[in-house]
Design a binder for this molecule. Structure first.
Ligand SMILES: [Zn+2]
Length: 75
């Protein structure tokens, strides 16, 4: 009977430890992600320069490094 009590206590301890660790991982998941070092890069079809997607100029046929190249490619 004492053995059973010890076993139950150990199981509860393990369960508490695991749920605590799961809480830690949840906290870590909610932390803001570090800024990505590598941005999405797109290639300008006119000059073949790679520019970050956020800085690219959006055209009808694709993404360009600048408005001048978009004009040159799309007329
Ligand atoms: Zn370009």
């Amino acid at each position: 009977m004492r053995f059973l009590l010890l076993l139950v206590t150990a199981l509860i301890g393990v369960w508490l430890w695991r749920s605590h660790r799961a809480g830690d991982e949840t906290l870590r998941g909610n932390a803001p992600p570090s800024p990505p070092l590598l941005q999405d890069m797109v290639r300008c079809p006119v000059c073949s320069v790679h520019v970050p997607k956020t800085d690219a100029v959006v055209g009808q046929r694709g993404l360009y490094c600048c408005a001048e190249h978009r004009r040159r490619a799309e007329g």
